[in-house]
Write a protein that binds this ligand. Structure first.
Ligand SMILES: NC(=O)c1ccc[n+]([C@@H]2O[C@H](COP(=O)([O-])OP(=O)(O)OC[C@H]3O[C@@H](n4cnc5c(N)ncnc54)[C@H](O)[C@@H]3O)[C@@H](O)[C@H]2O)c1
Length: 405
């Protein structure tokens, strides 16, 4: 029997960038039936959306959904509040696709995983950078198996900007973007490496560096580090190093996977191509050049190629919608399920404690194991204050002192 995804969109700022992509799909497969945002100006972004009811209150949105067959919710609400809303939606019988990050504390990681297991609902994270065209090309090459044993992988995500841009993105004093330590937005740098090499993090240590440029803006945005870099031991034996979200003077994000036979990378300086390198003594049969610059061949994608090329974030947003359809309608579990989601969140959370504690090494819990969940089920340390500026238990920047265990 055919299944129609009747989607509710929660959060209409980032959420609105998915509206056209979803509207371009067959409505008998996926359609948006309701949108919720407490800000009228954000709801204005979607007011032309045919057939969708608009709400400013989440509870009203959810009750309308329950009565009208809403079977999935896209969470594009505040970064640090995804887990509690994901749980409410799954308890109400709906599947969830969540913007990054999955959870903002270890306690929430545990609650989220337990909820998925208890309710049997489907949960995926909308981490889109692994599905950028060039990152998919890197994965295709890596899957060919010619790089040998993975030794090292590197990911760097940069979102610097003027003070005006930061003000625009941080509309009020206690907005999450003003308090988010540099490790927390980890999925764009880390997710592609996990996807390309099919790996999970086991241990993390990290460092952050302070930015004088951002310090001048401290009264408005107290998170004035310019970058954090995490270093992980992965479950495939590889070492991986990646940033959270950096504010560095660099014109690109970049990804690199290095094996003992070859290495592959893409960044601003590979000019819309992927760079593949073999040594003279490791190159596969039929390969003449040591260095190749490869333009992705999208012919296998058929009519999807043009749609992906026109979608946001290097095509990544298009493939998130396809993953939702494959999962919610056709039962194909995506790579970024709840366990991968919370593993990334926990890397960011523990990475921050490491930055505050001179690079101390932390083990990432295995959230599929109840004993390991129990050990952290009450760990609710957070750098995020509530709307009144209360409740933060960790500093947002390394300039405010170190974490004392
Ligand atoms: N994957 C990507 O490439 C990408 C890009 C941009 C943003 N994001 C993610 O999307 C999420 C949202 O970010 P954003 O850029 O839209 O900024 P934002 O977090 O300021 O916007 C969230 C929106 O949700 C609404 N909202 C929050 N709580 C609500 C509630 N209880 N009731 C009603 N409305 C509520 C707000 O009014 C706001 O319009 C974040 O998690 C962010 O990390 C991801």
């Amino acid at each position: 029997m055919s299944y129609t995804i009747k989607l509710g969109m929660f959060g209409a700022w980032r959420g609105s960038s998915y509206v056209d992509l979803i509207a371009a799909e067959d409505p008998s497969v996926i359609q948006i039936i309701a949108v919720c945002d407490k800000q009228a100006k954000q709801l204005d972004n979607v007011k032309g959306l045919e057939g969708a009811r608009l709400f400013s209150d989440f509870d009203e949105f959810l009750s309308y959904g329950k009565e009208n067959g809403m079977n999935a919710v896209f969470l594009a609400n505040y970064f640090h509040q995804h887990a509690p809303y994901a749980i409410k939606c799954m308890e109400a019988g709906m599947d969830v696709v969540s913007e990054c990050t999955s959870a903002s504390t270890l306690k929430e990681c545990v609650e989220l995983v337990r909820c998925v297991e208890r309710t049997g609902r489907k949960y995926m994270i909308a981490e889109n950078y692994p599905f950028m065209t060039l990152n998919l090309e890197m994965k295709r090459i890596i899957d060919g198996g010619t790089l040998g044993t993975f030794l090292y992988a590197e990911g760097e995500y940069n979102h610097s900007g003027t003070i005006e841009t930061m003000k625009y993105l941080t509309p009020y004093k206690y907005h999450w973007r003003a308090w988010m330590p540099r490790t927390y937005y980890v999925t764009h740098a880390m997710g592609p490496l996990m996807y390309m090499t099919n790996s999970m993090p086991k241990y993390v240590s990290a460092r952050a560096a302070h930015s004088e440029r951002l310090a001048a803006f401290r009264d408005y945005r107290p998170n004035d580090d310019g970058m954090a870099r995490m270093f992980c031991e992965m479950d495939n034996g590889m070492a991986a190093s990646f940033t959270g979200c950096t504010a560095q003077a660099s014109d690109y994000s970049r990804y690199r996977v290095v094996g003992d036979l070859g290495s592959v990378e893409q960044s601003g300086y590979t000019n819309d191509k992927v760079r593949l390198y073999y040594e003279d003594y490791t190159k596969p049969e039929g390969v003449d050049e040591l260095v190749q610059y490869i333009t992705p061949d999208l012919s296998a994608w058929g009519e999807k190629a043009e749609k992906a090329l026109n979608a946001g974030h290097g095509g990544g947003d298009y493939w998130i919608v396809q993953n939702m359809i494959d999962y919610f309608a056709n039962g194909k579990t995506p790579f970024f399920d709840v366990y991968k989601g919370v593993a990334m969140s926990a890397t960011a959370i523990l990475g921050w404690r490491s930055c505050l504690n001179h690079g101390e090494n932390f083990r990432i819990p295995d959230f599929s194991n109840e004993e390991e969940r129990k050990a952290v089920e009450n760990d609710d340390l957070t750098p995020f204050p509530d709307d009144n500026g209360e409740g933060a238990t960790l500093p947002p920047s390394t300039m405010y002192g170190k974490y004392d265990k």
